[in-house]
Ligand binder design. Structure first.
Ligand code: MN
Length: 266
């Protein structure tokens, strides 16, 4: 199935940036306090000039009105971390398949910038293609149809017009479906190599950085093209069977992977 290559946005890093971090797939949720704590510590301590969050920061996001003026709910605490971090460095947010309803309400509140998917970052005269990655998993036909539906303005307008509690019920149902599918052990489609190559060639970028698949790796796509995959942050996972809480850090020396959990061990 031929896929149209999406229009690629471009972001040129200001010359003052020395270090840029990429993270994704934190899936922040009130039921996973260890992940929230690790993320908060990371955001407070990173020496980067900019943090790019490449989707699925939140396990679920039903609308920006989930943030309340009380400041005590889980969403409020997440917004506070974003806002505090954006006070000392640049924070960019790209939608994932869980938090595609993050809107201008949250980004304005937290002083973060919303990034189109995909976006090319131009840093030190090199081009880096950034994406969440779900749109590249074209083998998952059911998900691609769902994605097209929920990314439409019409669907989003209808959904956001529902009362907040009703949206929360719908989101819980979708999350339960997703958990049930995980329990079956069914394989998820991975990024389609031909599509990834087409995106890279269209963007004139040698390297794609993405998340979504929770399969951290570096794949050689031939002809000098590379696909680098971020890890998830499922710190409470049992068994703990994959690298987690990775940061990809870009500087003049290139791109390197930092294992936050490893570096925190004594
Ligand atoms: Mn995802």
């Amino acid at each position: 199935m031929a896929q149209a290559v999406p229009q690629t946005a471009e972001l040129i890093a200001p010359p003052s940036w020395r270090t840029v971090d990429f993270i994704s797939d934190l899936h922040l949720h009130a039921s996973e306090p260890a992940t929230f704590a690790a993320w908060q510590r990371y955001m407070q301590g990173t020496p980067a000039d900019a943090v790019f969050i490449l989707g699925d920061l939140f396990e679920v996001w039903v609308g920006d009105d989930a943030v309340s003026p009380t400041g005590v709910k889980f969403e409020d605490r997440c917004a506070q971390v974003l806002g505090q971090t954006a006070g000392r460095l640049s924070v960019f947010f790209m939608h994932g398949n869980r938090d595609f309803l993050v809107g201008p309400g949250l980004t304005a509140l937290c002083n973060t910038a919303l990034l189109a998917d995909p976006t090319v970052l131009v840093f030190e005269e090199q081009r880096w293609l950034l994406s969440h990655g779900d749109a590249l998993c074209i083998g998952d036909v059911d998900y691609m149809a769902f994605r097209q539906q929920v990314r439409s303005l019409e669907w989003q307008r209808d959904f956001l017009a529902k009362p907040l509690p009703e949206r929360q019920v719908i989101a819980r149902g979708l999350r339960a479906q997703s958990e049930a599918r995980k329990q079956t052990g069914a394989e998820y489609a991975d990024v389609d190599t031909a599509t990834a190559r087409a995106w890279l060639l269209a963007a004139d970028a040698p390297t794609l950085i993405h998340g979504h698949t929770h399969k951290p790796a570096r794949h050689d796509l031939n002809d000098g093209l590379t696909r680098v995959v971020l890890s998830d942050w499922h710190i409470a996972a049992d068994p703990f069977d994959a690298p987690r809480a990775d940061v990809l850090r870009l500087s003049a020396d290139g791109l390197r992977r930092i294992d936050l959990l490893q570096t925190e061990l004594p």
